[in-house]
Design a protein around this ligand. Structure first.
Ligand SMILES: [Fe+2]
Ligand SMILES: [Fe+2]
Length: 374
């Protein structure tokens, strides 16, 4: 008989990890799954792409770095890491301030959905492809994301909610992205994910009194996984110089702006969560942008000018417009609709203003490989 390992942390493939989660799904809550199902500009989406085009990538130009990265991932230093152990302190969910509890659960559900979104995309690539290099990489990345999503779900279950991942796979809407957009978006989300997790981890190392939940103790190993995934996408892009030159530089700028702006707006929706962590969301955003920009110089010839006078001002405008849209939706009726339109126009203008800030140009190194040093 084929025995499953007991915990998704020990699973060596994404399929195993998901099967273990499926076993537990009977306890998972409809409300959390519904939240994970929702599709707005700000909620994590599921993606699909042209898998044949991805499968056709030849990694020979980066063979040496590629083999080193794959060997590192095969060694699997984080196997068994993503599960509760004696470091997992008791969480007093009932005693948690309701505003914080709501925002934190929302944070966990959104993080779980994002992790699982990566898992589903990577797993599908592995399943559809024939190229041994590509399928091996995507199988390894899907393995990691399944563990991450499973671990967040463990934390959610303690609060009496959890996302039904099997249901999500079947029912959530998939957005089609051309492969090159998958590279830009996924590369950035892996690198910004690393920067976000390590910034919180380092902050809580200095201020352990703000660590209101044990999951943050796992963030260092966690972000190292995301770091490797980002490295893999940097290598994939390196195989084809066209991807990071010519008019594609405009696409890179667009994705940088969209990813940074989305993070800003999303984080500012969670004031109680950031207050509990002792983190000013504006400081946090800037820290994450600085780190991410430094990292993306490994492959992108441009970074955003995050110190430009229009930058912070228009991020704030975007955030306020987003609050206005949310309030108008609640209000409803004709007045609500009009206020919603006005909010959308403001948001659009703020985004365009951000996008038109001149970029900073860089010379990209011959070898993109980096180590996680933050
Ligand atoms: Fe992940
Ligand atoms: Fe990842």
């Amino acid at each position: 008989m084929n025995m499953l390992p007991k915990h998704s942390a020990d699973a060596t493939t994404a399929e195993e990890g998901i099967a273990i989660q499926e076993e537990q799904a009977k306890f998972d809550s409809t409300a959390a799954t519904e939240l994970a199902m929702s599709n707005t500009l700000l909620t994590p989406r599921f993606y699909t792409t042209d898998f044949d085009e991805l499968d056709a990538i030849d990694v020979s130009p980066v063979r040496e770095e590629w083999d080193a990265l794959i060997a590192q991932m095969l060694a699997d230093p984080n196997k068994g890491h993503f599960k509760k152990n004696e470091d997992w302190d008791h969480v007093d969910w009932d005693g948690m301030e309701p505003g914080l509890k709501k925002e934190f659960i929302d944070f966990l559900i959104s993080s779980c959905t994002a992790e699982f979104s990566g898992c589903v995309l990577y797993k599908e690539m592995k399943r559809r492809g024939n190229n041994p290099d590509i399928t091996q990489l995507f199988q390894l990345m899907a393995r990691d994301e399944a563990r991450h999503a499973g671990f967040i779900n463990d934390a959610l279950r303690e609060a009496g909610v959890a996302v039904n991942l099997g249901f999500l796979t079947q029912k959530k809407k998939y957005t089609y992205f051309r492969p090159k957009f998958i590279y830009y978006a996924t590369y950035l989300s892996e690198k910004i994910g690393y920067a976000r997790y390590i910034t919180i981890y380092r902050h809580l190392e200095e201020h352990p009194e703000h660590r209101f939940h044990p999951i943050f103790k796992w963030f260092r190993e966690w972000c190292n996984d995301e770091f490797s995934h980002g490295e893999a996408f940097a290598l994939l892009m390196k195989t084809d110089p066209k991807l990071t030159s010519g008019k594609n530089v405009w696409w890179i700028k667009f994705f940088l702006t969209a990813v940074y702006a989305t993070m800003y707006v999303r984080d500012h929706q969670r004031p109680a969560f950031h207050a509990a962590l002792g983190v000013d969301p504006d400081w946090y955003a800037h820290e994450v942008y600085v780190k991410t920009s430094e990292l993306t110089k490994q492959i992108f010839p441009v970074t955003l000018d995050i110190d430009h006078p229009r930058w912070q001002k228009n991020l704030e405008r975007l955030h306020h417009a987003n609050v206005q849209i949310a309030d108008a939706k609640k209000q409803g009726g004709v007045a609500g609709k009009l206020a919603q339109l006005a909010g959308s126009a403001k948001a659009g203008l703020a985004f365009v203003t951000l996008f038109t800030i001149p970029v900073k140009k860089h010379r990209v190194p011959d070898s993109p490989r980096l180590e996680p040093v933050y």
